[in-house]
Design a protein around this ligand. Structure first.
Ligand SMILES: [Zn+2]
Length: 386
């Protein structure tokens, strides 16, 4: 007679089978038996349940030694999806990501931002419509995460500093008033850093610098995002670079944003893309502008590393134009200006994936779900380490 497994053991077995399929895409019963040390009946029973719940499906049979092809079972990454939304001054960008963090659908809608209920109702309509299409294609929606350009309150419920979008005091309740799914807000730089961590779990400690039109930063400590008690660790954009210098949108003078924003590179009436194509042709004036910009960015890194001497990841729109030589040159400039000279540190480009912050925001829901079905703890889940 079989001993009836306890509920906890049953859960653990199911999580072990799910986690193995998740990590390896697919497996045969024999492989699961060998790798997990579970009995064949237990594996069969769990696979049946996972198939029933839509988490696994039968894959292509594999050749096996016995002559008969062995049935494989594949993880179903589109069983659930999460949605990320970037609210920007002129438009709305929405992505749906699957359980591996891959973008499975995305749309961009022109929708000029105004901090009024009518805007959030329009936004809700667009998000609900997009989500319905994703659900129709077979992926149930876990939730909707908004990547915000402002700093958030510690509990993530309010924009505590929203100068860029002029929405200080905006609450999650207002943003999500017409959205039919669970919603959260995440600071855009933190969201980008979460994508960084998801796609490269080997990152331990790093300073992420996102050179966007409105630059920002994030801090990773012990393989986790470390936004700090006030949620603005890494808010490098308002570090004073030039005392009494150019006026920043925050009202102060000489902030990093006013010197390192990618918008400071083009000449008047020139586009950012235009600037880089002229630079490519070797135009001297553009070269000088680029050199000055690189000096400012290097100084920001030196200043930041004087407090937190860790590796640096450079991302954002500007990073897409920087090649390996530019990154090496930037690192050289940092070394030349550093008090301790050539200490070992890595400066590298971010993954720079399209819509990185939007994907990173959505990953908050994905990470929690994957942790639950696989019985794992991911560095991306909202809970702080014990
Ligand atoms: Zn500022």
């Amino acid at each position: 007679m079989y001993a009836v497994p306890s509920a906890a053991l049953k859960t653990r077995n199911r999580q072990a089978v799910t986690a193995f399929l998740y990590r390896n895409d697919q497996a045969t019963k024999r492989v699961l038996e060998t790798e997990l040390g579970l009995s064949l009946p237990t594996i069969t029973q769990n696979l049946r349940a996972l198939e029933h719940d839509g988490l696994a499906r039968r894959g292509t049979p594999q050749d096996s030694t016995g002559g008969r092809k062995a049935q494989t079972y594949a993880f179903q990454p589109r069983h659930r999806a999460a949605i990320g939304v970037a609210i920007r001054p002129a438009e709305l960008t929405i992505c749906a990501v699957d359980l591996y963090g891959a973008v499975i659908a995305n749309i961009r809608r022109s929708l000029p931002y105004t901090n009024v209920n009518a805007y959030y109702q329009r936004l809700g309509g667009i998000v609900n419509g997009f989500a319905a299409d994703v659900e129709k294609a077979g992926s149930a929606i876990l939730g909707v995460a908004f990547s915000m350009q402002g700093i958030l309150s510690a509990d993530g419920s309010t924009v505590s500093s929203g100068t860029v979008m002029d929405n200080t005091g905006l609450t999650l309740g207002t943003v999500s008033q017409s959205v039919r799914y669970p919603c959260i807000m995440i600071h855009d730089s933190d969201a980008s850093a979460m994508a960084e961590l998801w796609f490269d779990p080997t990152i331990s400690d790093a300073l992420c610098l996102y050179l966007e039109r409105r630059p920002g930063g994030a801090v990773i400590v012990n393989g986790r995002l470390y936004p700090g008690p006030n949620q603005h660790n890494g808010a490098i954009e308002h570090m004073t670079l030039v005392p009494g210098g150019r006026l920043c949108y925050c009202g102060q003078h000489g902030c990093m944003d006013a010197y390192c924003s990618i918008e400071t590179l083009p000449e008047e009436h020139e586009s950012i893309l235009g600037f880089f194509s002229v630079l490519e042709q070797g135009e001297q004036q553009h070269r000088r502008r680029m050199e000055a910009w690189m000096d400012y960015v290097a100084q920001v890194i030196v200043n930041a590393r004087s407090v937190l001497a860790v590796d640096v990841i450079i991302g954002g729109e500007a990073a897409q134009y920087l090649d390996d030589d530019d990154i090496a040159q930037l690192r050289r400039r940092v070394m030349e200006r550093s008090a301790f000279g050539a200490d070992a540190f890595e400066l590298r480009k971010s993954r720079c994936t399209d819509n990185q912050d939007i994907v990173g925001a959505a990953l908050r829901f994905i990470a929690d779900y994957v942790n639950a079905i696989c019985g794992t703890t991911s560095p991306l889940s909202a809970a702080e380490p014990a």
